[in-house]
Design a protein around this ligand. Sequence first.
Ligand code: PLP
Length: 405
Amino acid sequence: MGASLEESNRMKKPALEGGKPVRTKARFIVFGAPAIEEAEIQEVVTSMKTGWLGTGPKVAQFERDFGAYKGSPHAVAVNSGTAALHLSLLAAGLNPHDEVITTPLTFCATVNAILHAGATPVLADVDLITMNLDPREVESKITPKTKAILPVHFAGRPCDKDALCDIAARYNLKIIEDCAHAIETEYRGSKAGTFGDFGCFSFYVTKNVTTGEGGMVLTRREEDAARIKMLALHGMSKDAWQRFSDQGYKHYYVVECGFKYNMMDLQAALGIHQLARVERNWERRRQLWQRYNEAFADLPIGLPAEPQQATRHAYHLYTILVDENKTGITRDGFLDAMTNHNIGVGVHYLSLPEHPYYQRTLGWKSQDFPNALQIGSHTVSLPLSAKLSHADIDDVIESVRRILK
Ligand SMILES: Cc1ncc(COP(=O)(O)O)c(C=O)c1O
């Protein structure tokens, strides 16, 4: 059996910086560690004791709770954010080779979902400050084949909703939002995930609400919700969801070739309690964000832009920009140094055209998306979990300052 996290932290060897050992903290600060509490632990235990592990009443409750939190009439739970994107793209009715415009500064799942839906992803560059899709770039990429825009609310900052919805209305395009970072995000009173036709959420371990793995689709139209639900369970007709209930066995019929994307009650048991604490955890991350801003104000690094007026940032990622010309250390050198200080860090993201698969199959070139390339080669995400203690944050700040001093 592998060592537990605590054990492996204790076993960690002294860190090295420039070949020399540096002060090693007693523990490794895990990037994106989830804030799990007793309520969800007990709920999972209850699920296991009742024996209802698979899709059941807890998934239905989590869907109701999430829909209510976001003010959306329909919420369908699935087993990942990737599944949420894939099924939304299918429900959007795309035909093979239709084009979907998205951002080069995202996780690979965003474009992989477009490819799996049989459509062609087309990239538009991001804005250097907001790191979100630049609406002018989006408009310049529209062709007769364009059928949808897929914005990502990067790091939890809302995309330029007004401009993108205006483009979508003028060119009759669908909007599918990637809200993996954006559970609490709002733009002038509208909640992320309700701007367009579909809102896709992830409950992966590092996300602001986690179910371990999991996802959710929000949609306004009942028929879209029904199709997504059906596609998430092999394409089986509605009754398949209740076929083993105490109401007696129900036949089902396969009406489409679907997928195995359903969420389990075990996952929803986590999600229900995580969601109940979403605002408390948001407030905690907001405070951490402010502390970082104050602690790093005098350093020669780029700090995240302030949230725009009349918007709500979800504070999912705190990303700094490390430029060797100003700091004397490369971005990758900084990542290594942080690891040597026992601080887990992330990179969100290398721009997508830097990956060989997309270069080979779609002919993407990173220099065609200079802003995403620029961000992707300098960005570092610091720990921002609501689980972090004051001492953890002090350690992160001290390490960043020591490395950059
Ligand atoms: C922007 C973005 N899109 C999509 C996904 C995919 O979500 P999941 O891992 O739940 O499939 C992620 C997850 O990390 C993400 O960050």
